[in-house]
Ligand binder design. Structure first.
Ligand code: DLL
Length: 434
């Protein structure tokens, strides 16, 4: 089922015409209503009338998280407060939170975009959807909530936490679809196993997971725990929340809601646009947002885009898995490493993971990388040769993949920290001189 065939399967020329029209009116609107944009565009010598083609987008300066913080909380709103009906915020773990305001129309569009995300993952009005994202300022829970309701699914707004109860509800309510972060889905699955509940015997069939990345290996680990298929979706609160892009059943990238967002990939160093297929930083311009439109917002997420028609019939551009955030990239003895590369290696070794932690320290002025990896069965702990095989395989595969010598420490099953929201798998102790 395709939720909005007229848009999702439109010819590229039709999509581009819609985008240009909406881009022009967004630029005009923010120029007239948001002093920050007027100043920024004036400083760059760009007037709204200068935007005559999609290519002219390049003339517009980027907006960054720092700009959002400088205008905290409401100075980027493009409508009076009487028209704002909802406020969300990003988690703000790395500084002042960023605030987002939505009008009624923004909420309708948001529900439409999320309905597409869940529909393309195979959700139907028959589904019973358990939302295990935390409700609150975070956009994940309410975003998925209204999108699933719009599709017609039955929503269970359980929120994150109370993991045993999550499993009880799955059993009692016949949950067919789970919404949450990949880390929390993993944690719920492991807890069910410990409780002696076989998720394969329950009706759960679909995981619609997002808000953080997961490798293909992690997807497989979660799918195996539940006996369900897992679909990924992507978004960020600044531009809306979930609903920016999501996988269809072909699972070759995430279809972008191009009638609401223009997504570019740029070289993070030079700001130049990259060609289709090339990796770079994702930059998003909202073209329907009323409350808080954003022009060329630098997400810091690293990915690529392709424009070929998908086998599912959709023509919308697809964004590929996020390799990581530029600020999550570790530089170890001059080598750039994304935690996702380490995750792929660990999970590819039988007996290891899927829970792990990456620790970076400095010893005698040298960066040192250590991974703590849970073995996945307590029985392995008594088998020295097996433990050695696992350690050596992880170490040699990491050397091949990231060209670094890494200390690998195997730890007991269920001994590392678990996460109910976004996981924090990297501890970088270098700044602390430890
Ligand atoms: O995480 C919005 C969201 C909620 C998306 C639920 C999907 C599902 P923020 O808290 O503002 O918003 O965090 C946004 O999370 O810039 C990425 O770094 C990361 N992120 C989100 N989805 C993915 C994904 C929500 N599929 C930030 N893969 C983004 C990798 C993701 N990273």
């Amino acid at each position: 089922m395709i939720f909005s065939p007229a848009i999702e399967c439109a010819e590229r020329s039709e999509i581009e015409a819609i985008q240009l029209d909406r881009l022009k009116s967004t630029v005009k609107r923010v120029y007239e209503t948001v002093p920050y944009y007027k100043e920024k565009l004036d400083a760059a010598g760009v007037k709204p009338e200068d935007i005559q083609s999609l290519d002219d987008l390049k003339k517009i300066p980027f907006t960054t998280k720092a700009d959002m913080r400088a205008n905290y909380p409401y100075r980027l709103f493009a409508v009076p407060m009487k028209d704002i009906v909802r406020i969300h915020a990003s988690s703000g773990t790395t500084g002042t939170a960023t605030v987002v305001g939505y009008t009624k129309t923004d909420l309708d569009n948001w529900a439409e975009c999320v309905a597409r995300v869940v529909c393309q993952a195979g959700a139907t009005p028959d589904d019973i959807a358990q939302i295990s994202f935390g409700y609150g300022l975070f956009t994940g829970a309410l975003g998925l909530h209204y999108g699933l309701e719009k599709l017609g699914a039955a929503v269970i707004p359980v929120s994150a936490g109370n993991t045993k109860r999550q499993i009880q509800l799955m059993q009692d309510y016949g949950t067919t679809l789970l919404v949450g972060t990949p880390s929390y889905a993993l944690y719920i699955g492991e807890t069910a196993k410990q409780m002696g509940v076989d998720l394969h015997e329950l009706p759960i069939r679909l995981g619609v997971l997002g808000a953080e990345g997961h490798t293909e290996e992690m997807r497989k680990a979660i799918e195996d725990l539940y006996g369900m298929r897992v679909f990924e979706n992507y978004g960020l609160s600044e531009v809306m929340g979930p609903g920016v892009a999501g996988e269809c059943t072909e699972q070759v990238g995430m279809h972008i809601a191009e009638d609401h967002f223009i997504v570019e990939i740029i070289d993070p160093e030079t700001g130049e646009n990259k060609a289709p297929g090339e990796m770079g930083e994702v930059v998003i311009t909202t073209i329907t947002k009323e409350g808080q439109p954003l022009l060329r917002y630098r997400t810091r997420d690293i990915s690529s885009i392709s424009y070929e028609k998908c086998a599912c019939g959709r023509t919308s551009a697809r964004m590929h898995k996020v390799l990581g955030r530029s600020d999550d990239m570790l530089i170890i003895r001059g080598v750039n490493v994304f935690p996702s590369q380490i995750e792929s290696v660990i999970l590819s070794v039988p007996g290891a993971g899927p829970n792990y932690e990456i620790i970076v320290t400095k010893e005698n002025h040298m960066d040192r990388l250590e991974v703590l990896v849970e073995v996945n069965s307590a029985e392995l702990l008594a088998k020295f040769a097996e433990l050695e095989r696992i350690t050596n395989s992880i170490r040699s595969r990491l050397r091949e993949e990231i060209l670094l010598d890494v200390k690998v420490s195997l730890v007991n099953p269920m001994s590392l920290k678990r996460f109910e929201g976004k996981a924090k798998r990297v501890t970088d102790l270098r700044d602390k001189g430890e």
